[in-house]
Design a protein around this ligand. Sequence first.
Ligand SMILES: Nc1ncnc2c1ncn2[C@@H]1O[C@H](COP(=O)(O)OP(=O)(O)OP(=O)(O)O)[C@@H](O)[C@H]1O
Ligand SMILES: [Mg+2]
Length: 495
Amino acid sequence: MRAFLRRTRVRLTLAYTGVLAVALCAGAALFWFAFARAELGSIDTSLRGQAQLLASGLREQGGSVLFHGAAALPGESPAGAPIGALLVADDGRILDQAGPALSPSAARSVAGEAAGDGGHLVDSRTLDGIRQRVLVQRLDLGSGQSAALVLDRPLEEYQQTLRTASAFLTVTVGVLVIMAAGSGYWLAGRVFRPVHAITATARDLSEHSLGRRITLDLPPDELGELAATFNAMLARLEAAFTSLQRFTADAAHELRAPLAALLADVEVTLRRPRDAADYAATLDSVRSEAQRLRNTADQLLMLARADAGALAASWDRIDVIDLIDEVTERWRSLATRRGIDLHSEAPDDLAVVADPGLLRRLLDNLIDNALRYTPSGGSVGVEAAAGHDGRWHVAVGDSGPGVDPGIIPRLFDRFTRSDPARGRDTGGAGLGLSLCAAIAAIHGGTIRLDTSTPVGARFVVELSVDPSVLPGQAHRGVLSGGEGTDRVRVPAQPG
Ligand SMILES: Nc1ncnc2c1ncn2[C@@H]1O[C@H](COP(=O)(O)OP(=O)(O)OP(=O)(O)O)[C@@H](O)[C@H]1O
Ligand SMILES: [Mg+2]
């Protein structure tokens, strides 16, 4: 990862510097061309001005035309470049000259060149071995006579200026590119700092250091969000790991206690020879402990499967009234033995799609609780009804003492029970309601304790009429249990 980050940092720097270098070179080239054009433009303007001055000052003397204002012609430009002027007659005679002018042959040659171009020419030429800017202008001398005025100015000074500008631009672009590369590399390093921190944190992470977090003070941009997401993920992992540790410890404790009781029973019985009735009593107690252990192990297994998303439902269309009648009938004899009135109520026409096995398990747990915590002479009622928006609910209520207020906030958490040290005969592991919540969730529903009832406890389970079509649910089950269905076997042994 480190090598990858370094490579990416270098690549980013190179890409950034490359783009910047191209942009700077293009800018410098544009500037150079514009500067060169402007310089040449000012040379041409000064040549034209001088040509005008000379043309207006021509005079005739002794049959010849001469520069009258030649004295006004500067011998050199303001920067010291020599300027020359020649008046070339149509027949090639040199009528007059001023300043360090061109050789007559060179002047004739450019005058001839200009003749084909309407007599006007402004261009750069290499004449007399020197690069020059020349201006040729046709002049009408009167009485049918004309001549070409040839002005020249060496370009050495101009070329020197351009060379200086090029050197200046090259150095500037070079320095800027080097600075850009340095700052780009530094910036890329800063950008990757959180990624480095995340990598280092992830590398050093173990089950003992899940409390570690990225502590960089980052702005709320993409990287800040990445660090925050990573920290949130660590927090979730830590919470899940802690809860798993607690779950494992609780589960071990829950299995250990009945096993110890079972062993103690057997050891006491084996201490001396006993009659058949004693052995039968011990075996009876061993059986009830083994049943409790099996129930706890069964619940733990289902919860573990639900956690792993492996508690797949086998969707089936069921008549709610049939299901509720069947479940309450199974509990009726126990209710009668305990002197509790068990009654149920459901609409005839309520048909839903659900996993019948899981739904039985849910009702069994709620009725088991209700019968367990309701004293003799009380009543337990199971009622189902259609709700709104494709939902239905089933409620189990009793006339017992109600749920201990101290445990209500954690009621559906695993191993929650009002008195953990309660005797073996009345107490369960505290897993029943968490299993109910898992089953309700699989059915796209919820379970809650109805706190508005004045007496006893009432649990309301709200479910979707057809959870198999809910997004995220359909893939978890199949209708009527085809191959590959994970049908959960429900041990139905009330009491
Ligand atoms: N109908 C009820 N009336 C009063 N308290 C209840 C009722 N149902 C549940 N509780 C309280 O909620 C706790 C948790 O119930 P839950 O069904 O999860 O566990 P359990 O019945 O103790 O054990 P398990 O169901 O694993 O055998 C119970 O210990 C009890 O204190
Ligand atoms: Mg229970």
